[in-house]
Design a protein around this ligand. Structure first.
Ligand SMILES: [Zn+2]
Length: 212
């Protein structure tokens, strides 16, 4: 079983790694190597699971300066939560003892912008598959269109990105008996974070112990 890295320690590792990334420093320990690959062939103990967006500018291992075997990464446009994605998180938590789960959204997310556009100017010919993503983002951003934020596109997108991250965090916390059990009995933590495309900084803004 895992040499269990607690959620708090895992969070510290991610914060340190992101600070290195922002400072343009790479840790030698995280460089891929033949030796590390061979070690890991026997088994993995990723210390965090990250549900991130598919955006090419937010590669999870790179923005947290982590290496082979460190992170269990799930990526989907708009970092939405659907059953297979909940299942992936359950798998990491149950099989590898991973105790930190991060939903990682990012500034100017295309999936969020597309959802806002679809809500404001609906397109009839949107594909069914793309619609399945928009439909999952929609509830968390819809309410914002009824506020003054709708007059300021930049603010609207910013608030919508955060609302969507919070919704995914919430869905993971309450959409699975397995995860709920691990939260209450085994120290599992689900947090939400936003990556800034401009600065490279990851802001852990939802569910972090001590600074809620
Ligand atoms: Zn995105």
């Amino acid at each position: 079983m895992n040499t269990l890295i607690s959620a708090r320690n895992a969070l510290a590792l991610l914060r340190d790694g992101n600070s290195r990334f922002v400072a343009d420093i790479r840790s030698r320990d995280t460089l891929p190597s033949r030796a590390r690959r061979i070690d890991l062939a026997a088994g993995q103990q990723p210390f965090a699971a990250v549900l991130g967006c598919s955006d090419s500018r937010v590669p999870v291992e790179i923005v947290f300066d982590q290496g082979l075997g460190d992170l269990f990464v799930i990526r989907v446009a708009g970092n939405i939560v659907a059953p297979s994605l909940v299942g992936s998180v359950e798998f990491a938590a149950e099989h590898f003892g991973t105790r930190l789960v991060v939903v990682l959204g990012h500034s100017d997310c295309g999936a969020i912008v597309a959802t806002l556009e679809q809500l404001q100017r609906p397109k009839e010919n949107q594909s069914r598959n793309l619609k399945s993503i928009v439909d999952l983002v929609r509830p968390s951003v819809e309410d914002l269109l009824a506020t003054d934020h709708k007059f300021d596109l930049k603010q609207l997108v910013h608030q919508a990105v955060r609302a969507n991250i919070r919704a995914s965090v919430n869905h993971l916390r309450h959409g699975s008996e397995v995860i709920e059990h691990l939260i209450h009995n085994d120290g599992l933590l689900v947090v939400g974070a936003e990556y800034s495309l401009q600065t490279g900084v990851v802001d852990f803004f939802d569910g972090v112990p001590g600074d809620d």
